[in-house]
Structure formats: C-alpha cells, structure tokens
Design a protein around this ligand. Structure first.
Ligand code: DLZ
Length: 169
C-alpha cells in the first residue's frame, strides 16, 4: 500500500504508554533524515505518556547494525518493544538491496524469537527526496508511525496477558 493511502503520522487515539518500556535504535547514516525520524518517535512516545528520560536511545553507524543494537536493548533494558530507525538510499551499486534484506530479515527473526515487537522504521528509498518526503514531508514522519506501531503492539500483548475478569464480563 502506498504511503499516501496509509499514514499513521496523523494518528488520533493511541493507547496510554506510561507503563511501557519502549526503546529506540537509530542509524546515523543519513542522519539528517534519521534524526528527524528519531524526534518524531520520541515526541510520539512522550505524548503517549512515557518520559523522555525513560526512553533509551542507542546510535549505530548504519542500518546494517540495527538488528544487533535491537537485540542488545531487548536483553539489557528488558524492553517491551524496540523501534529501529534508519534510512537506506539507493546508489550506484546494489548495497541498498543487501542492507535492506539483511535488516528486514534480522529484525523479523529477532522479533519472532524474542516474542517482542521490533519495529521496522527504516526508509528504503530511491533518492533523497523520497526520504525527505517521509521524514516530516508530504508523506508524514515514519518515525511517528513506527512509535505508534510499537505502542499498539505492546498494548496488544499486555491486553492478551491481562487476567480475565472472574465474573465473565
Ligand atoms: C555502507 C553503507 C551505504 C553505502 N549506504 C548506507 C545507507 O544508505 N544507509 C545506511 O543506513 N547505511 C549505509 N551503509 C552502512 C551500512 O549500513 C553499515 O553500517 C556498514 O556496511 C558497516 O557494517
């Protein structure tokens, strides 16, 4: 589905996240883009009740390093979810395909094996303009969307684990 058809950046109701432990791994490659995603994600977590001090942010050199950073956060911070932010821009070689594939596979495996949401907030774009459009431009800020997704997933998991009422409703 194209970004113009689905844009969580204009989210309205998101669950209260004040009791959640959601942390962020961000790639510093293309940092003018990824740090805008980071700001969007942090602002969204804070608007949902988390404190900025409660959000651990780790920086990695490039998107390829996001899976190991996410794994480290999950184990050392006992995160309910980890948001991974990056920006891979197509160039003259096929580096983007290798990085994107590795990151997507790595984050999926980590999420399924750990049982914790690991959110794919990596822009996989053809050029810089497409990145700008998705980092606060005409297609919203995908950092906001990644944070909304993380909150919704943690809320879903905590809802399932909550004990049911003994009187049946
Ligand atoms: C090497 C590289 C290149 C060419 N392009 C990007 C990019 O567009 N976005 C990104 O996040 N990282 C890039 N990298 C760096 C790799 O992700 C990784 O950091 C290095 O290959 C070292 O493992």
């Amino acid at each position: 589905m194209s970004s113009s058809k689905k844009n969580l950046s204009e989210h309205q109701d998101i669950p209260d996240a004040s009791e959640f432990k959601i942390h962020i791994a961000v790639s510093d490659w293309n940092e003018e883009i990824t740090h805008t995603l980071l700001k969007g994600a942090i602002d969204t977590l804070v608007s949902a009740g988390m404190t900025e001090e409660g959000i651990t942010v780790v920086h990695v050199p490039g998107s390829f390093e996001l899976p190991i950073a996410a794994k480290t956060l999950l184990s050392s911070k006992a995160s309910d979810a980890v948001i991974c932010l990056g920006c891979v821009i197509k160039g003259d070689t096929r580096h983007d395909e290798y990085i994107n594939q590795a990151v997507a596979t790595g984050l999926t495996q980590l999420s399924v094996l750990s049982g914790k949401p690991v959110i794919f907030g990596v822009l996989t774009v053809e050029n810089e303009q497409q990145a700008v459009d998705r980092a606060g431009g005409k297609h919203g800020n995908k950092g906001i969307e990644a944070a909304v997704t993380a909150i919704k997933m943690v809320d879903m998991q905590k809802g399932i684990n909550k004990p049911k009422s003994s009187i049946g409703f």
